[in-house]
Design a protein around this ligand. Sequence first.
Ligand SMILES: C[S@@+](CC[C@H](N)C(=O)[O-])C[C@H]1O[C@@H](n2cnc3c(N)ncnc32)[C@H](O)[C@@H]1O
Length: 288
Amino acid sequence: MSEKNVEKAVREKYGAAARQVAEGKTACCGGGGELSGCDPITRNLYDREEKNGLPREAVAASLGCGNPTALAQLQPGEIVLDLGSGGGMDVLLSARRVAPGGKAYGLDMTDEMLALARDNQKKAGVENVEFLKGTIENIPLPDSSVDVIISNCVINLSGDKDRVMREAFRVLKPGGRFAVSDVVIRGEVPAEVRRSMELWVGCIAGALEESEYREKLSIAGFEAVDVEPTRIYQVEEARGFLSAAGLDAEVVGPQIKGKFMSAFICARKPTTVACECPPGCVDLPCCN
Ligand SMILES: C[S@@+](CC[C@H](N)C(=O)[O-])C[C@H]1O[C@@H](n2cnc3c(N)ncnc32)[C@H](O)[C@@H]1O
């Protein structure tokens, strides 16, 4: 599927999810949401204390697969950027952690999600937040302007992950941190699972294999790359996804056992970027 088609399908899926929340329902990512508790990916990611004081709609729109804000060790005064901020829950949580003096940006390409997030910001009465419209493949912020990049189950949806990582590297300050929750695959996965559009927009099939994730981050220029599993999905939990996509769970189930997980992926932009630029090079971030 072309990058543009992926983008269109993702935009439609998350536009519909945002409309659902605006109508008082809970958003779904492949099968359920934070409030309904029927989705093994989005279920029970935040503790009660974190959710306290957040608008219902921010919690209901939560479609992540981890809690990067809790793991990123955010400090007062820092600038944070959330790639694919959705209804804005992680942005609002980050804003609390970087106050006073810090700011949290949310970036999303879906108009309905941005409207929901801005509404949630108003309801929460949080000042040090700004939601930007744009794609994570083309971040609308200047070079070296951000201390920490967070993201929650979004990079797996991108049709050009190399570009996302180059952009993340570009906007981070030297020494800046990449602290992302994402779905990661360990080992080989049947082709039909990767091909399945339904699973793709449901946060699974666009996921990178763990070693690919590490390699892409290193190529983009990051150091100290680490991938920590936070939740390993059981075949039983995936049964619903597989049948909904027309796949035979009995056949595919054993082939994916223990291979799909949510992970916390962290890396750092070096404080000094050593670069030897071959003539004509445009791919290395330091050559541009
Ligand atoms: C799975 S939801 C996650 C939302 C949020 N991070 C959370 O934890 O609830 C994916 C979000 O990323 C956005 N998104 C997906 N691909 C994107 C891209 N290439 N550029 C910008 N936003 C994107 C979607 O519009 C949607 O709001």
